[in-house]
Design a protein around this ligand. Structure first.
Ligand code: NAG
Ligand code: NAG
Ligand code: NAG
Length: 330
């Protein structure tokens, strides 16, 4: 999840903003992939990759981008879903299944996770599938106004993210894989299977709940994780006045722009927070302090690759593939 856009009510604004944010995310994934290519020796085996995602719009753009690479160099092994943000587990799984089917990749394992990872007494459960961030699972210092609880869903509930406004079913072909409640592999099962099988790179582009629970439960498998690329956080916030000019009157409300965080629903009290870290800070702590090499691609880094109207127009005219078409429609 890169950013929020609900605040922007007109369609044009939404499209432009979403376009900007998505391009920015795809660019970041491109940066990540290029970094990985840099370390790719001639004739070596493919880089095995696992992506942990909250399946927001920007994330499935990134997944399509990743799937365009030659699988003999970049082999996507698994996708684990963090249902900690706005997406509902079943819809998220089906969306990913449909995308993979369109890309001819029904071989990619998909696990969903989050719920019930830590009991009240501190016991960490070995295998969880579901929906709640660690911070909401009982070791609680939280009230209803912190973490995910601080982010109200939009007027249409989660329909937008769950159904992609209907575009998902209207556009994507559907294969035979479907979400079945209580039978869906959990994120922990997929992580254990894929990480046990050999060296692997993790791309974490949602909240860190799944990866943190995995690392806390399976310290012996850490050695197989070569690198973790994190899409999250904000490092250089060089725009302390937000969108408001320095001499603005007090009626100017800072909004999502510039280098600050992206918690628009909590912007005034928490201008620097970034969603993926905010969604489960304890989990992010576990991942960043795991001892595994980490590359952080923060929100502000994405501002170096903006999209403009010219790009948007060019993209509109280049709809040569189903992938491009789906992204543009989305
Ligand atoms: C993918 O890469 C392999 C090895 O580098 C090459 O032999 C193959 O032709 C490539 N496939 C495509 C579709 O480019
Ligand atoms: C924690 O609670 C669970 C469920 O109530 C129980 O099965 C487990 O034994 C408890 N663990 C400890 C260390 O008390
Ligand atoms: C703020 O400053 C700019 C130029 O520095 C000026 O054009 C603008 O009118 C000012 N706005 C207010 C609200 O004073």
């Amino acid at each position: 999840h890169l950013s929020f856009y609900y605040k922007y009510s007109t369609l044009t604004n939404r499209m432009l903003l979403l376009g900007i944010r998505c391009w920015v995310l795809v660019s970041s994934i491109a940066v990540v992939v290029l970094i990985i290519i840099g370390g790719c020796a001639e004739g070596s085996r493919p880089h095995r990759i696992l992506v942990d995602t909250d399946v927001d719009t920007d994330d499935f753009f990134a997944l399509l981008y990743l799937l365009k690479f030659n699988a003999s160099q970049f082999q996507l092994e698994g996708i684990t879903i963090s249902a900690n943000a706005w997406t509902s587990a079943g819809h998220a799984v089906n969306h990913i299944y449909d995308l993979l089917y369109m890309m001819g990749r029904d071989d990619v394992a998909v696990g969903v996770g989050g719920e019930g990872g830590i009991l009240q007494n501190g016991t960490i459960l070995p295998n969880v599938g579901g929906y709640l961030p660690i911070v909401e699972q009982g070791m609680t210092t939280v009230g209803g106004c912190r973490y995910r609880g601080a982010i109200p869903v939009g007027l249409g509930g989660r329909l937008d993210i769950d159904a992609n406004y209907g575009i998902r079913k209207a556009f994507l072909p559907q294969g035979t894989r479907k979400y079945i409640p209580l039978q869906q592999p959990t994120a922990q099962q997929v992580l254990i299977e894929k990480i046990s099988a050999g060296p692997i790179t993790l791309l974490v582009i949602g909240a860190h709940t799944n990866i943190a629970i995995f690392l806390m439960n399976n310290p012996h498998l850490k050695k197989n994780v070569e690198h973790i690329y994190i899409m999250g956080g904000g490092v250089r916030s060089s725009n302390p006045t937000g969108c408001c000019p320095k001499n603005a009157s007090s009626t100017c409300v800072p909004m999502q722009c510039g280098d600050r965080g992206n918690m628009f629903t909590d912007y005034n009290t928490n201008p620097y927070a970034e969603f993926n870290i905010f969604g489960d800070p304890f989990a992010a702590y576990q991942v960043i302090h795991s001892g595994i090499p980490v590359t952080l691609v923060p929100l502000d880094a994405t501002n170096t690759i903006p999209i403009n109207e010219e790009f948007f127009d060019a993209f509109e005219k280049s709809q040569d593939t189903y992938e491009a078409h789906y992204i543009f429609k989305s």
